[in-house]
Design a protein around this ligand. Structure first.
Ligand SMILES: Nc1ncnc2c1ncn2[C@@H]1O[C@H](COP(=O)(O)OP(=O)(O)OP(=O)(O)O)[C@@H](O)[C@H]1O
Length: 590
């Protein structure tokens, strides 16, 4: 997957608008009863509005012209009652549809969120978080009106148009043909406009997404920006993105305006033709004043729904690209998934074996090249080597965050591709340098390691890694609230808390990827002691640049250029005076 950033527009897959709309509308099926009720109300409203011109015709031709005042008042009373009922019906319809549509948005949002959680690192590596947010929030919001108007506009207006056309042709084909003469012109113009309009709205959504991605990235890194006084540069980038966003909107909205103008123009032609023809043939046996007045109403009853439909269509064109973007992610399949008929890995001992593993992220440059090793249960392995050598990649493959292209990774003799990912990762504890903490209490954060952990287990884990002392000093202890990413804690405290989170899960395999980098030397000694006692008999992989943290490792793998080029106990490697020895000497300046 190519890497996308806020600077690049996302590449979306072209899907037919009809297919997208059908898929969106399928969500309405869950609310059949509500939709049927709304349609029944709408049918009543259409019936009343179609009856109104006939009542008017009758009022003129049957009552006013004959001076029948009582009859006229009765007719008005009847029409008034029907119209009041129609207004009540419209209110109920609006309430029901608002509820249905909001429920559907909740469902789509939940579906999308759940699906994104199943996606693997490849997906998250390839796009900024802000662009994912844009789809979950903005794009889904844009679907509300489309859904609602599909039921309240599309169906009743379509029925109204058909009914009006039929009534007009039944009452007087000549006047009907004159009134509708401009419809073919309208159809051609609207078709041409929509082709360009859809493209422009797609561009607008991509620009919104870029802006979202930038703002998210910018505020996530605001401390860096302020410390390097780079505010002016980021302001300029922001200005550029806002301008692109605005321009793309203006370009798209300009075409939207064209829809209304075309309809107004065609409506005007139809009205002129109706009255011209009507006046020419007025007084002949089939054209009375009442019919001409009724046609005047019918023509607006024909063009009003057309205008509504065109507004709906504009809205559809504007927002369908949001639906396309939402469904595109829903259709994205994780590359790392459980195989068919997968089984859970049983409780493991912790043996890890790499067999001729070759791996690359993008399928081009080899990051690991024919790596083989076996680690026995309970062994502590330190991975050292220059930056970018492939240390993190090795530990990522053990947890199956990526799949190897060649060779195999085994845990307790099970190929990691053949067991369920959940059962595998549940038995591992992974700590990275970026120890992400969530907003919530200290306790909530530790519970992420084991959701059903008791208070006692939480405190034991925290004590084991010496996090208990600083947590107890906090105002509310384990119930103290943390801000986003643990912003209220020091770097070292964040790491100790992340340690406690990992410890509480009692993993059989522990991965510490630069996990002690923010801890001061004094704390590091304490943590080291905690880890040693707690992880006795557990397999652990420690990626470390600070060699002081790995002196008690059973074996050290020196990685360079995706290969293990030196391996042995710390003492053996020191004696060998090879790569590790040189690294050690350079760090401790002997
Ligand atoms: N998600 C990724 N997508 C593409 N390439 C990646 C990704 N992660 C790492 N790489 C590349 O793979 C190579 C190995 O990276 P890795 O993180 O395994 O190195 P490392 O030895 O852990 O480095 P460090 O000590 O600096 O953490 C690097 O060249 C890096 O640029």
């Amino acid at each position: 997957m190519p890497i996308n950033s806020f600077k690049d527009d996302e590449q979306t897959i072209e899907v037919s608008k009809l297919k997208t709309l059908r898929r969106l509308l399928s969500y309405l099926l869950t609310y059949k009863k509500e939709i049927l009720a709304v349609l029944a109300i709408m049918a009543f409203c259409v019936f009343v509005s179609l009856l109104n011109p006939l009542i008017m015709e009758s009022a003129v031709d049957d009552y006013i012209s004959k001076g029948d005042v009582i009859g006229l008042f009765k007719l008005i009373g009847f029409a008034l009652s029907l119209n009041i009922l129609m207004v009540i019906g419209i209110k109920i319809r609006m309430y029901v549809m608002a509820r249905v549509c909001n429920n559907i948005l909740v469902t789509i949002r939940q579906d999308l969120y759940s699906h994104i959680q199943t996606l693997d690192f490849h997906f998250f590596d390839s796009r900024p978080t802000g662009k994912i947010l844009a789809r979950i929030i903005g794009d889904i919001n844009s679907l509300k009106d489309v859904l609602s108007n599909c039921v309240t506009t599309l169906i009743p207006d379509f029925i109204t148009i058909c009914a009006v056309v039929i009534i007009m042709f039944i009452k007087n084909p000549v006047l009907a043909a004159a009134s509708l003469i401009s419809t073919p012109l309208m159809a051609i113009c609207l078709f041409l406009i929509q082709v360009y309009s859809h493209k422009r709205w797609q561009i607008f959504r991509k620009k919104s997404s870029n802006l979202n991605a930038f703002v998210h990235e910018d505020f996530s890194g605001i401390r860096i920006i302020q410390s390097f006084t780079a505010e002016e540069e980021t302001k300029q980038t922001f200005r550029g993105l806002v301008k692109e966003h605005r321009d793309s909107f203006i370009s798209a909205i300009r075409l939207n305006d064209a829809f209304g103008s075309v309809i107004d123009f065609c409506w005007g032609i139809g009205t002129v033709m109706l009255y011209y023809t009507g006046i020419m043939i007025l007084g002949t046996d089939k054209v009375s004043v009442g019919i001409l007045i009724a046609f005047g109403t019918y023509i607006s009853m024909f063009w009003h729904p057309i205008m509504n439909l065109s507004n709906f269509y504009t809205q559809l064109i504007t927002n369908i690209s949001g639906a396309e973007r939402v469904f595109e992610i829903m259709d994205t399949e994780a590359e790392i998934t459980d195989a068919d008929m997968v089984t859970d890995i049983p409780s493991i001992e912790g043996k890890v074996c790499f067999e001729h593993v070759t791996f690359s992220y993008a399928g081009t440059t080899k990051v690991l090249d024919d790596v083989s090793f076996t680690v026995e249960p309970g062994e502590t392995i330190a991975l050292v080597g220059p930056t970018g050598a492939g240390k993190t990649t090795i530990v990522n493959l053990i947890s199956r965050f990526y799949d190897v292209q060649q060779g195999n990774v085994y845990v307790d003799g099970f190929d990691v591709k053949t067991v369920s990912i959940e059962s595998l990762r549940k038995q591992m504890g992974i700590m990275t340098q970026d120890n992400f903490l969530f907003s919530g209490t200290v306790k909530d954060n530790i519970l992420y390691g084991k959701l059903d952990a008791s208070d006692e287990e939480i405190v034991t884990a925290a004590k084991a890694v010496h996090a208990d002392s600083f947590i107890s000093k906090m105002e509310k202890g384990y119930d103290s609230a943390l801000s986003e990413r643990g912003g209220s804690l020091s770097g070292g405290q964040k790491q100790l808390l992340a340690f406690a989170r990992t410890m509480v899960s009692m993993p059989k395999i522990l991965i510490l990827d630069e996990a002690t980098s923010s801890i001061d030397t004094q704390t590091e000694l304490l943590v080291q002691a905690g880890i040693e006692s707690l992880l006795k008999g557990r397999t652990s992989f420690v990626v470390a640049h600070r060699l002081s943290t790995i002196q008690k490792a059973d074996r050290i793998f020196y990685i360079d250029n995706g290969r293990i080029i030196e391996e042995g106990s710390p003492a053996d490697l020191m004696e060998k005076r090879g790569f590790y020895y040189n690294l050690y000497m350079s760090q401790f300046h002997f």
